[in-house]
Design a protein around this ligand. Sequence first.
Ligand SMILES: Cc1ncc(COP(=O)(O)O)c(C=O)c1O
Length: 318
Amino acid sequence: MKFREAVVDYYKIFGPEYEPENIIPTAGSSAALYISLASVLREGDEVLMWSPSFAGHYRILRELGVKASIAPLLRETGYHPHLDALEDHVSPDTKAILICNPNNPTGTVFTEKELRTIGDIALDYELTVFSDEIYLHFVYDDNRFVSTAFLEGLKERTFNIMSFSKTFSMTGWRLGYTIVPEKCIEKATKIARITAPKPATFVYAAGIAALRGDMSYVEERKQAYDKRRRYFCKAVDDIDGLSCHLFEGAFYAWFDARSYGLGSEEFCRRLQEEENVALSPGHRFGVNTNGFIRVPLVQPMEILEDVIERLSRFVHSL
Ligand SMILES: Cc1ncc(COP(=O)(O)O)c(C=O)c1O
């Protein structure tokens, strides 16, 4: 209970107030995602979501036999959604909207207006919203994280998926949770009991310490990511034939290498073989993403500078 109370107190920073009963602790947010989706969706249902987005989302939906109706986040629109076209992605089978905010891998921080439009669709069509918010502290410049559940009428239909892996760099501790709307608590609790192990008891104490402790560490991480983001995105963008936007949130550089015509898989395989640099091939993050590459900026500046040198040498050799 103490852990769940700490979550309730912590989440108030973002607006919505919950009861400890709304919180289901899990061994990492991957389990939180599975429990949330499995407690609402059935085989043959459809979910409105975006591409590019986190590969784990597509994987869980595939395993559940749930179809994805994919709205694009395009480079031309700064990786933000085309709001007028969103409703076209709703069909009679659509049961939910799955959003990653800030988005992995594009860094998109959805604006309040965008969330409102998404929320209106959820209300009009009576859809559940799954909001994967695990990067919520890493938002830069004038961008502002808004919790979907904070918008009027949405708390009652939104699951918030949260993790300690990114905010507190506690990936190996395997700690996360889902905040479940009232009407889904019973079902989600049952699914959690059957499918997913709870965190180890002593890990709760670490979670409470992180949530109730001094958060200046998180701010320091954010400053470090911001510095890396400013350096790395520009440095990639300056390399001939590569294009990289300054992302708004999370900590991934997402660059376009399509002009080299290799495809993501071959680009990454050869970069690893020839320059010993391992990056994530973009085609794993949805549709129309072949030729894009993702770089997590979790390494210190010296390493990122070295990556730029090797990446530049590699593309000039093509
Ligand atoms: C958007 C998103 N959700 C969930 C996860 C899973 O994180 P974990 O299971 O470590 O909490 C990740 C990991 O990268 C992610 O990027």
